[in-house]
Design a protein around this ligand. Structure first.
Ligand code: CP
Length: 321
């Protein structure tokens, strides 16, 4: 693995390698000495052309816990606002000596362009590109599902037979797409639930059940209910029922929460619109994995950085040198 650009091309073996390496990273973080020397002397650049809270700080924490030097670059306040191109920005990073570039960009395909351009030698990690993919989010989601559903027995396991309902603004969701491909590779059964106008174009040709009624999807007693944010910033009027109608028909409210099976978990990648796609009772309930997803994100991103940048492909990192 040289880059992590998507989950569509990630096979089951590599996905399990990342998840099991993340288990090792989580175990190391439980110890008193949290920091590994694995990426000492390496430089990781967080190149963010779109806002982020969780992904950016999580990649920063992950890189620092592997002893890498971290440079945070936000397009706001940089020479991008003066018209500097991705190529010139990338070549600046190359001159600085970046070993890894974590990129979030509003254009679908920007990370792949960076990886294939020859502008930089660094490994490229996609931190979310347009409506295309957000692979580390899907990996941390799968890691969280494994841990919640299988506990101690999760290492080495895929998600064969696990039923996952993904609900919300699927049309704009890179999280939904990355989850779909990864969950399929791991053997889960995925259902997309959204009003017709918020289903992604082409979804009927994908390995997913397309459903419009949330209540019908929940009657099947799924193991996982993943609620997605309504992305108002990407929304046109034509897409969206009004907010009250949306919350009534597609929101995970307290009544729907009460009808879930005992084993079911509620996920959300954040940031959440409380009261719209998810009620506060659901977001804060014991079923909710929202904060576990954030914490697990550090372990998963440590695993991805380690596997891409250390030159190692073994699962267990050394914690001393
Ligand atoms: N889940 C996620 O990508 O959150 P941020 O936009 O805060 O990074």
């Amino acid at each position: 693995m040289r880059h992590l650009l998507d989950t569509r091309t990630l096979n089951r073996e590599d996905a399990l390698l990342i998840l099991d390496t993340a288990e090792d990273m989580a175990a190391i973080q439980q110890r008193e000495v949290k920091k590994l020397p694995a990426l000492r002397g390496k430089t990781v650049v967080n190149l963010f052309y779109e806002d982020s809270t969780r992904t950016r700080i999580s990649f920063e924490a992950a890189a620092k816990r592997l002893s890498a030097d971290v440079i945070n670059f936000s397009a706001k306040g940089s020479s991008v606002s003066k018209g500097e191109s991705l190529k010139d920005t990338a070549q600046t990073l190359q001159a600085i000596g970046a070993d890894g570039v974590v990129i979030r960009h509003p254009a679908s395909g920007a990370p792949a362009r960076l990886a294939s351009s020859g502008w930089i030698d660094a490994g490229v990690l996609n931190a979310g590109d347009g409506t295309h993919e957000h692979p580390t989010q899907a990996l941390l989601d799968a890691f969280t599902m494994r841990r919640r559903l299988f506990g101690e027995a999760s290492r080495g396991r895929d998600l064969d037979g696990v039923s996952v309902v993904i609900v919300g603004d699927l049309a704009h969701s890179r999280v939904a797409r990355s989850n779909l491909w990864l969950l399929n590779a791991l053997g889960a059964n995925v259902t997309f639930v959204a009003p017709e106008t918020l289903q992604p174009y082409g979804a009927r040709d994908w390995p997913v059940t397309v459903e419009h009624s949330l209540d019908a999807a929940l009657r099947a007693k799924p193991d996982v209910v993943m609620m997605l944010r309504i992305q108002s910033e990407r929304m046109h009027a034509a897409y969206f029922p009004n907010e009250r109608e949306y919350a009534r028909n597609w929101g995970l409210d307290d009544l729907r929460l009460a009808r879930l099976s005992d084993r079911a978990i509620v996920m959300h990648p954040g940031p959440m619109n409380r009261g719209l796609e998810i009620s506060s009772a659901a977001a804060d309930s014991p079923r909710s994995t929202v904060l576990e997803q954030v914490a697990n994100g550090v372990s998963v991103r440590m695993a991805a950085l380690y596997l891409l940048l250390s030159g190692e492909r073994r699962q267990t990192p050394k914690d001393s040198e």
